[in-house]
Design a protein around this ligand. Sequence first.
Ligand code: ATP
Length: 238
Amino acid sequence: MSAAFSISDLSVSYGKVRAVKGISMLAGKGEIVALIGANGAGKTSILRAITGLTRPERGEIRFDGERLDGTGPDQVVARGVAMVPEGRRIFPFMSVRDNLLMGAYRRKDSAGVSADLDAILDRFPRLRERIKQQAGSLSGGEQQMVAIGRALMSKPRLLLLDEPSLGIAPIIVREIARFVTSINRDHGVGVILVEQNSRMALKLSSRAYVLETGRIALSGPSSELAANDDVRRAYLGG
Ligand code: ATP
């Protein structure tokens, strides 16, 4: 596997709280990798370090041969990495269309932007029906679709998804899962999927890392982890 993305020996601290304690992980080009773990294990801190929102205390983050750490959020997006934050963070008073277009703020190819907008609306017909509506008036699941669509509008090669299934109806979770699989398959977009819904995460990903209090406790092919007794007991409800 060629590792397009790698983290080595990453630590993140908030004052005296050590949230991430020297973790390393890899993702191949176009691979879906899951990061699972309980509340507070440090998953969001890892994503924030990748996107430059949090400055790591130590460690290296590389994507396509370039260092991401020490660059900053704008540079990280410019290098093809987009994040869908936990809780979605859409712009509630803007229309669905304007929210999606915000994701393309760096792009100059207006024809490409309209084509991509159209492609996203084809995949999420619910959004096409609600294109002029204020995004804050949508259901949680629909807002999650907006957030994912907005990230895709930057044409990323790596998508970071922070708990996309949190607080969302199961039927929409399945729709989002299918969508993630299809953009990965059709466009080769790599995905780092952070989830407390471990069942879904292990199903979608080819490999996974289990994070416990800031350390990687286990890692391996997702199918093997899904069959592992410890993982089943702790994360899959027996
Ligand atoms: P969750 O699923 O709840 O988002 P998580 O696995 O993403 O959890 P993090 O949010 O990365 O975990 O938090 C890891 C640890 O760091 C927790 O103990 C948390 O309380 C602490 N932490 C996170 N952000 C901050 C902050 N800004 N200041 C202080 N401590 C923080």
